[in-house]
Ligand binder design. Structure first.
Ligand SMILES: [Zn+2]
Length: 134
C-alpha cells in the first residue's frame, strides 16, 4: 500500500531515517508504522487498546526497555510519533504566529500508527527523548 504523505519532504525524511532513502521500501516494509487519520481518532483507539498493547510489549521485551535495553520499562513509545509539528518547523520553517492577539502554534501533522510494529516498551528516560530517537 503506498503511503500518502501530505508533504513529499516528510516522506523523504522518514525514508532517510528508516530505509537509507528508499521510498518504495518505506511503503512496503514500513507501511504499518504510519496512519494518517486524525490524531484524535488514533489517540482514542490507543487509549482503548493500551492495556492489551502493554501486555504484548511486556511479553515481547521481557519487561526491559526496548530502546536502551538496560532499564525496566513500563511505558509505551510510538516509534513514529502519532502527531508532531517538528517537521513543519525544521523542513518548512513554519513558526508560531500571532492571530487575534493570541500566539498560534505550528500545526501538527498526523504520522504514526498504533500498530504493534510502531510501538516499543520504553523506560521513562528513553520515552522523553522519543522524537529524536529514530
Ligand atoms: Zn530505556
Amino acid at each position: 500500500m503506498p503511503l500518502h504523505f501530505k508533504y513529499k519532504a516528510d516522506k523523504k525524511y522518514f525514508a532517510d531515517k528508516l530505509t537509507g532513502g528508499d521510498e518504495k521500501l518505506l511503503g512496503s516494509k514500513y507501511c504499518d508504522y504510519f496512519d494518517f487519520r486524525s490524531s484524535a481518532i488514533k489517540r482514542q483507539e490507543y487509549n482503548l487498546l493500551k492495556p492489551k498493547l502493554l501486555q504484548i510489549l511486556l511479553k515481547r521485551s521481557g519487561g526491559i526497555c526496548e530502546i536502551c535495553k538496560i532499564t525496566k520499562g513500563q511505558q509505551i513509545d510510538h516509534i513514529i510519533p502519532v502527531a508532531s509539528n517538528q517537521l513543519s518547523k525544521s523542513l518548512r520553517k513554519m513558526r508560531p504566529m500571532m492571530q487575534n492577539g493570541k500566539l498560534k502554534k505550528v500545526p501538527s501533522e498526523s504520522y504514526g500508527s498504533n500498530h504493534i510494529k510502531n510501538l516499543q516498551l520504553a523506560c521513562q528516560k528513553c520515552n522523553r527523548k522519543k522524537w529524536y530517537k529514530f
